[in-house]
Design a binder for this molecule. Structure first.
Ligand code: ADP
Ligand code: ASP
Ligand code: MG
Length: 406
């Protein structure tokens, strides 16, 4: 008898008909004699609608009430899934975050999981029942509902799998695994049988939304075997595993892109010690995360241009903060640009192979694409380019690194 967590994403539980199909997957595991915990997302599109309503009610909303509203999509679906399972003759009950309880920090809207009490779930298994858990939500130290950040049902699933000591955490979604690039953009993308935690973490954090970034972090830390698979077809998907489990490692395993960032250039900032601290300190204090940074010194040796990127959601606030500090920072101009995309090539093989970055730069130059900023890590190279070239760049790089499907 194995313990398995099965998580169904928004498109997999988009209406009652889909929930019924998902429930068949639960039934199949139960009939094999396994102990199954089900985690559900809201129906596709519902969370966006809830977020819109919150903004319409209060543009500068109270995050605690935001959580009360946006967590309801998952409440509906865990009730519906439990009902559908009961109709199939499988005893089941729903669990909301606070009922488990799945305890989180108090960072409403992006809370972190602190502790999961599995006593109720274990009891249900002993009674031969299937627990159905509302993803994305928990309870904060203030006793109020919290949510884990967009895409957060993946985190709920992995946190449960880790605490339950589950053999597998199945993530059912609308594609049949993790591909070398987003298959909706790159038609020649190939499904990977396995991907390392580290690569998956980079893919997710660089924009591949197939798994929520923090869920991968949590899986890596706790050694949870994550299996990304199709909810529509019964096919083997992609296993996220330790590096040792991958026999033949490609130099580049995947390419990701993100449209979620925007660029700001401060022109002619005085070039003297402390200038970067003066710019980025107040941004950090305001909770604005800065990603790529490029600094270039002018030929007069007295001023410098500083270019950096922030999340689009922080963009306006960031521009405002800098404009307010214009006199102290003493820059000549502020050039905002939200028409950019970040493209990243990822692979643990980069540690032992040179030339990956060079191949990227050459390919983009051959296509006439200008690189506006570069950043690297041990297993990743990212570049910033104009957004109109995103698809061209992705496809060209996919071919150059030998990733195209036959
Ligand atoms: P769910 O609602 O099931 O959580 P998501 O929309 O969060 O599903 O994630 C699935 C989507 O991730 C796919 O539809 C696909 O377009 C996108 N995606 C981005 N990059 C990749 C990739 N490398 N491999 C597979 N899917 C990817
Ligand atoms: N429903 C939430 C969202 O859309 C959580 C999730 O689907 O994982 O972000
Ligand atoms: Mg998702």
């Amino acid at each position: 008898m194995a313990r398995i967590v099965q998580k169904f994403g928004g498109t997999s539980v988009a209406d009652v008909e889909h929930i019924r199909r998902a429930a068949e997957r639960v039934k199949a595991e139960v009939e094999c004699g396994n102990q199954v915990a089900v985690v559900v997302s809201a129906m596709a599109g519902v969370t966006n609608q809830l977020v819109d309503w919150v903004s319409a009610a209060s543009p500068t909303y109270d995050p605690r009430e935001y959580d009360v509203v946006v967590s309801t999509g998952e409440q509906v679906n865990c009730g519906l899934m439990a009902l559908v399972l009961q109709e199939m003759g499988i005893p089941a009950r729903s669990w909301l975050g606070w009922q488990i309880p799945l305890a989180t920090t108090d960072a409403h809207g992006r809370a972190r999981v602190h502790e999961v009490d599995i006593a109720g779930i274990a009891q249900q298994w002993s009674d031969g029942e299937v627990p159905v858990i509302a993803g994305f939500q928990g309870i904060g130290p203030d006793g109020r509902v919290t949510t884990l950040g967009r895409g957060g049902s993946d985190i709920s699933a992995v946190a449960l799998a880790a605490t339950l000591g589950a053999e597998r955490c199945d993530i059912f979604t609308d594609v049949d695994g993790v591909y070398t690039a987003d298959p909706r953009i790159v038609a020649k993308a190939r499904k990977l049988d396995k991907i390392t935690y580290e690569e998956m973490l980079e893919m997710a954090s660089q924009g591949a939304r197939i798994l929520q970034t923090r869920s991968v972090e949590l899986a890596m830390k706790n050694g949870v075997r994550v299996h990304v698979r199709s909810s529509f077809e019964d096919l083997p998907g992609t296993l996220v595993v330790d590096e040792e489990e991958i026999v033949e490692q490609q130099v580049v395993s995947g390419i990701a892109y993100s449209r979620d960032e925007a660029k700001i250039t401060l022109v002619q900032v005085p070039d003297r010690p402390g200038v970067a601290a003066a710019i980025f300190g107040p941004l950090a204090d305001a909770g604005v995360n800065v990603d790529m940074i490029v600094q270039s010194t002018a030929s007069d040796g007295k001023t410098t241009d500083i270019t950096f990127t922030v999340a689009k959601s922080d963009f306006e606030r960031c521009v405002e903060l800098l404009e307010e500090a214009r006199e102290t920072l003493d820059f000549k101009a502020l050039v905002p640009d939200s028409g950019i995309v970040k493209v990243s090539v990822i692979g643990v093989g980069m540690r032992s192979h040179a030339g990956v970055a060079q191949a990227m730069f050459r390919t983009l130059s051959e296509k006439g694409i200008n690189i506006q900023a570069i950043s690297t890590s041990e297993i990743k190279v990212s570049v910033l380019i104009a957004e109109e070239y995103a698809e061209l760049a992705l496809r060209a790089l996919h071919t150059v690194y030998g990733l195209d499907a036959e």
